[in-house]
Design a protein around this ligand. Structure first.
Ligand code: PLP
Length: 409
């Protein structure tokens, strides 16, 4: 809960509000606003990837020619025509859409995470996650009282042998097991991609212990290297995967268009929950997104993003080689927006952040991505937003700071 709430008004707040966790890091990073800081902290796409001219044209046409519907209220699960276009788009990208499946349009995939928490999680229900994992998913599920159990990742993604052990441990303890939440491709924050073997193993575990699988997939459409993997949704044979996607990284996050593809009963429950959240996601955004997909604007953005991000990732990997001292290691992502770095044990990246900010560089300390603690010596570095020059200079400054910490400089 935000620490700044006046004690006098505490009694008005619902118990669940006390489960909201204010991010200390967000507070710290607020201090960077308006300052000349090289930021590796955010997760913003490069604005160069936004097809601004074409989107302006689409928006104008949509408003003038289809404005009677596009500016109107629309059905809670989304504009019917757009849902059809989206299903075809997903099929075309190798995501299986089964006869019993349906799709619901959400306000970014963040809303889908929230709705999933709302329809599935009772206090104490166990959610299995990667360590580290996406912080905003932890926070969305935490609000509903989720209990997290995690399995670490290595370069092949979530260690499913550990996952299996944790599932058995939860069963032995008599806990209520609900779901596995995973970001299998170009994971946020670690950047790693789960191997096919582990994907199959994860599904076997889900099957054997009757768990729902939430596959969060904002990044697989624009990997910058060939990866021979299929979505869990496509590999799934028992209809237990809920597949989340978003246009945030492949068109524009400002449109706030995400989706969940799952068996009908899941979509229907999400729809009921969504009604009281926002009635429906922006009709105008849905019409713009539909036309953007139809006209190939998403494919074009993906091609551009691939090129830009590959160059930036390589610049960051090279700078890390050049400037980070011995004893540090980092992931080599095939896609996504992040590299995750492991510093020598004993360095606390949260304690080091104010010093980094002093030197004009920001990152996200890794510990908050670990649901069960640990990761104090890790950091998440975003390479999509800063320029190549900023990447080199920022990593040089960070490298120097780390060297000072370990007494090398
Ligand atoms: C793993 C993951 N899930 C969900 C989201 C939320 O994206 P949006 O709400 O913009 O679709 C992000 C954004 O960075 C993400 O990295």
């Amino acid at each position: 809960m935000p620490g700044s709430v006046n004690p006098r008004v505490q009694r008005f707040l619902a118990e669940r509000t006390k489960l909201f966790k204010a991010s200390e890091i967000r507070e710290l990073l607020k201090l960077t606003e308006g300052r000349e800081i090289i930021s590796f902290a955010g997760g913003l796409p490069d604005p160069e990837t936004f097809p601004r001219e074409e989107l302006a044209e689409v928006a104008r046409e949509v408003i003038l020619e289809r404005g009677r519907e596009a500016l109107q209220y629309s059905p809670t699960p989304g504009v019917t025509e757009f849902r059809r276009v989206l299903k075809d788009f997903l099929r075309g990208n190798g995501v299986a859409v089964n006869p019993d499946d349906d799709v619901i349009i959400t306000t970014g995939s963040q809303e889908a995470l929230y709705l999933i928490g709302k329809i599935f999680i009772d206090p104490g229900d166990v959610v299995f996650v990667e360590a580290p994992t996406y912080l905003a998913a932890l926070n969305a599920f935490r609000q509903f009282g989720a209990r997290f159990m995690s399995a670490p990742v290595d370069e092949d993604g979530m260690k499913t042998d550990v996952l299996e052990e944790r599932v058995k441990e939860a069963e032995r303890e008599g806990l209520r097991l609900k779901m596995i939440y995973t970001i299998p491709t170009s994971q946020n924050p670690s950047g790693v991609t789960m191997s096919m073997e582990r994907r199959k193993h994860l599904l076997e575990i889900a099957e054997a212990h009757d768990l729902i699988v939430v596959e969060d997939d904002p990044y697989s459409f624009f990997t910058f290297e060939e990866v021979d993997v299929k979505p869990l949704k496509t590999l799934d044979k028992s209809g237990r995967v809920i597949y989340l996607g978003t246009l945030s990284k492949i068109l524009s996050p400002g449109l706030r268009i995400g989706w969940a593809l799952a068996e009908n009963w899941v979509v229907t429950s999400m729809e009921l929950a969504k009604q009281s959240v926002d009635l429906h996601s922006s009709t105008l955004s849905q019409y713009i997104a539909m036309e953007a997909i139809r006209r190939g604007l998403v494919d074009k953005t993906v091609e551009k993003a691939r090129k830009i991000y590959r160059v930036k990732r390589d610049a960051m990997l090279e700078s890390l080689e050049d400037y980070f001292p011995q004893g540090c290691s980092w992931t080599k992502p095939v896609g996504g927006l992040f590299i995750f770095a492991y510093l020598p044990e004993g360095i606390d990246t949260k304690a080091m952040l104010p010093e980094a900010l002093e030197r004009g560089v920001a990152y996200v300390p890794g510990a908050s991505f670990f649901a069960e603690g640990g990761g104090e010596n890790t950091m998440r570095l975003n390479f999509s937003y800063p320029s190549v020059t900023q990447i080199r200079e920022g990593i040089r400054r960070l490298g120097l700071l780390i060297k000072e910490k370990i007494g090398e400089a």
